[in-house]
Design a binder for this molecule. Sequence first.
Ligand code: SF4
Ligand code: SF4
Ligand code: FES
Length: 237
Amino acid sequence: MDMLQARIWRSAGAGAFVTYRVPRHTSQTVLDVVTYIQRELQPDLGYRYACRVGMCGSCAMTVNGKARWTCRTHVSKVAPDGLLEIAPLSNLPVIKDLVTDMSGFFDKWSQAKGSFAGSLSRHDDFARVPPASPRRQAVDAGIECIGCGVCYASCDVVTWRPEYLGPAALNRAWTLMNDERDVEGPQRLRAVAGDAGCHSCHTQGSCTERCPKALAPTAGIAGLKRLAAKAAIKGEL
Ligand code: SF4
Ligand code: SF4
Ligand code: FES
């Protein structure tokens, strides 16, 4: 039988890669490989997934050096030679084996004021936002983020400056800055314009290159920089 060699990060002790041999199949995903290892060879292997179809964002890992959704990554695409190396996402603490602690990642969404703040009550009429308006188009371009952390794990500024809010939180802030119904724009702009915010981005675009949803956090971060500059000129920051 055609076999794959999968080196999997195990976190026990100082942590090390352990190699497993896994039967190769057509249309096999990296998540299929990890699941086979856990079910057949290493029952205590820690990993995380839920939907298996690219909707939940929980299965992201480092596969042959790059952050990816494992459920939507075919082995044939990333390991034509049959050699796989699978590790937890970078830039996040490891809980066990392939499982990272995402709390810091989501805390940064709150630091960037990543929640909608409206002023209407249920007694008011619905807000009407024209689909073709430039601000609505900016929202649409960034709204499909599922919080998988792939961009965050691919960002070297997060590696150098762990307090940097990172591409996902800033992308979220940008969509809210363009939401006509939101009333916390000035506070949000102050939250993302500080030292750990949008100005730390070097715009090289690893986040945009790697986002499995084809979003462009780099563009949103550039938009935040423009808004911050305008506000600074007007003395509003
Ligand atoms: S921007 Fe893309 S890569 Fe980053 S968390 Fe959202 S979906 Fe994942
Ligand atoms: S473009 Fe900015 S946010 Fe994206 S990976 Fe580079 S430094 Fe990080
Ligand atoms: S398991 Fe949900 S995105 Fe991969």
